[in-house]
Write a protein that binds this ligand. Structure first.
Ligand SMILES: [Zn+2]
Length: 264
């Protein structure tokens, strides 16, 4: 029998884990102090997360520990604080997947016929274990801070490269570039552990520079040189076939047999 029910949406970093965790918090936050509560859930992550993050650490989440939690660190802290402040005794019972459970059917039915739900927001500004809450563009960073900053700087660098004038063609929506693979290729010495992340070898830098030059089509073709010294190179053609303009594409497509040797 359902005595009370509550539905809402969540925003930012949506995941099933976050939804499950917020469901637990929403249930606990309305309980009277000193309650003993048993939660039935099919979410293994919530149960192991509770014992690993909260229970095993004697209900203390130090700032150091907090920033190492992979995801939803704010919500684990809120859960901890509700349990400690209201002196709740919590127990979990793992149930099998929700298939054909009457309560699950009820919520599925409800969601299918609902267009609008209010948004559930927890304000973590008064957490006891944290003096400062890291934010990015006014959005609370809910995941491992170090990994977030790493990812953010990677994306910023990539954006800078992509927005260079010479990379205009890669910005076209129909050009499907596998950037992950490109960066893997550019950093292959580090990936292959030939080179350590902590020092730079001249050989690797040179190889990386060459790869970037090819990627951005910045090799010194005759057509490129015409921009710099038009008077000198005005009538120059490809020095192998002596017929076509030597553009970046022509370097690879020139059918002069001698050039095959040069390319190989
Ligand atoms: Zn040619």
């Amino acid at each position: 029998m359902i005595l009370h029910s509550f539905h809402s949406e969540i925003s930012y970093f949506p995941s099933s884990n976050k939804a499950e965790l917020l469901a637990v918090i929403s249930a606990l936050i309305v309980l009277p102090s000193n309650s003993e509560v048993t939660i039935y859930t099919d979410s293994n992550n919530i149960i192991t997360g509770y014992y690993d993050i909260i229970d095993r650490n004697n209900f203390i989440i130090s700032p150091r520990k907090f920033f190492k939690i992979q995801t939803n660190n704010i919500y684990w802290s809120i859960l901890r604080e509700i349990i400690v402040t209201n002196n709740l005794t919590l127990d979990f019972i793992k149930v099998k997947g929700h298939s054909d459970d009457q309560f699950n059917n009820y919520i599925n039915e409800f969601i299918t016929h609902t267009d609008e739900l209010s948004n559930l927001v927890f304000k973590p500004n008064n957490l006891i274990n944290l003096d400062y809450i890291p934010q990015w563009n006014n959005i609370i960073i809910e995941c491992n801070l170090c990994q977030f900053l790493k990812k953010k700087s990677k994306v910023q660098h990539w954006e800078k490269i992509l927005n260079l004038n010479r990379n205009g063609k890669y910005r076209h929506p129909h050009v499907n570039v596998d950037w992950h693979y490109i960066f893997l290729m550019l950093n292959r010495d580090i990936e292959d552990k030939v080179e350590s992340t902590y020092f730079t070898s001249i050989f690797s830098s040179k190889r990386k520079k060459q790869s970037v030059n090819l990627l951005t089509e910045e090799i010194p073709t005759v057509e490129k040189r015409k921009y710099l010294a038009h008077k000198i190179f005005d009538n120059w053609k490809c020095s192998f076939c002596e017929q076509h303009d030597e553009t970046f594409d022509h370097v690879w497509m020139c059918e002069d047999p001698e050039k095959y040797i040069w390319k190989s």
